[in-house]
Design a protein around this ligand. Structure first.
Ligand code: APR
Ligand code: MG
Length: 290
């Protein structure tokens, strides 16, 4: 492995690179996002991701989910449009009827389930789309079988694992990963030509070229189910609004973590903070940066 270039991502970096809203913007300018995921038992993951994406500036959002998750997801996000994915016992097994053309960025995996057959959707997205694709949660479980497809893709692929998911992808144990998180991140990113966001109290962002950034905002209020789904939505929106994928990922992690910090100073505790509070709290953080 070559010696990595490493950098701490600080507030001044955010200020210098954070996307600004153009006064003449229309909804198409800020990107059309597709969110693929959700199942009968996990309808909330995809709802939180899509809502976080819209709150972070995505112009349009489409949610591709199973019919059994759709009512609750749609009730939480009237601003999104919907497309159906075939299901078996409440989990995704098919591909989207309406195709995957015309999107500016796609996030896949949140709450999608681990059913055999779900990987068809991921393969379809990787092969048929030409936009950045972010893979999270159960999508990472399926991605392990599709790493060769990931490697040959021309448009950016962003993997956002927590340590358990990262260890699974690499075929190693979590302690082994955590003993050398920078080295493992660099290996995965450069071997597969992907961006890796290894999440944790300090998040390590690695580019396919091997540059690494560390983003340290956030607190244990985020150690709760759904926080990662919210991050995925934020990251996808930032990718669509920023020319550099690395800047977008670093700023998205900052926005997520700073919002949790601010909420636990002002109105919440780290005990009660919920992922949905972070989504609604984005507004206050964004007001200071855009
Ligand atoms: N300090 C700072 N940030 C934290 C902390 C902490 N102590 N704990 C968690 N976070 C942040 C992480 O950096 C990350 O951005 O919260 C987010 C947690 O993301 P995930 O680990 O993906 O958590 P979650 O959304 O609950 O996803 C769990 O993943 O493994 C699957 O099936 C599992 O559905 C589950 C899902
Ligand atoms: Mg997660």
């Amino acid at each position: 492995l070559k010696k990595a270039k490493r950098k701490l991502w600080e507030k001044r970096d955010v200020a210098a690179t954070f996307p600004r809203r153009n006064a003449y913007a229309h909804k198409g300018v800020h990107g059309k996002a597709l969110f693929v995921g959700g199942s009968f038992s996990m309808p909330g993951s995809i709802a939180m991701a899509a809502r976080a994406g819209l709150r972070s500036g995505a112009g349009l959002a489409t949610v591709a989910t199973v019919e059994s998750a759709w009512p609750s997801v749609a009730a939480h996000i009237p601003e999104a449009t919907y497309t159906r994915v075939e299901e078996e016992a409440g989990s995704m097994v098919g591909v989207i009827d309406s195709g995957i053309e015309g999107y500016d960025a796609i996030a896949i995996g949140m709450g999608m389930g681990r059913k055999e057959g779900a990987e068809a959707m991921l393969r379809n997205v990787l092969e048929k789309s030409t936009c950045p694709v972010l893979i999270d949660a159960d999508g990472l479980y399926h991605a392990k079988q599709l790493l060769d497809e990931v490697s040959v893709r021309n448009a950016p692929v962003i993997l956002t694992p927590h340590p358990g998911e990262m260890a699974h992808l690499l075929g190693i144990k979590v302690p082994e990963l955590l003993a050398r998180p920078f080295e493992w991140s660099q290996r995965l990113a450069s071997e597969r030509g992907v961006y890796v966001v290894l999440k944790g109290p300090a998040t390590i962002i690695t580019t396919p070229e091997g540059t690494q950034y560390v983003e340290t905002s956030g607190n244990a209020g985020l150690a709760k189910g759904g926080s990662g789904d919210v991050l995925s939505g934020i990251l996808l929106a930032m990718i669509m609004q920023t020319s550099s994928v690395a800047d977008a990922l670093c700023n998205g992690c900052f926005l997520h973590g700073k919002t949790a910090e601010r909420l636990t100073e002002d109105s919440h505790s780290q005990v009660d903070l919920l992922a949905t509070d972070v989504v609604e709290g984005l507004s206050q953080t964004l007001r200071t940066f855009s």
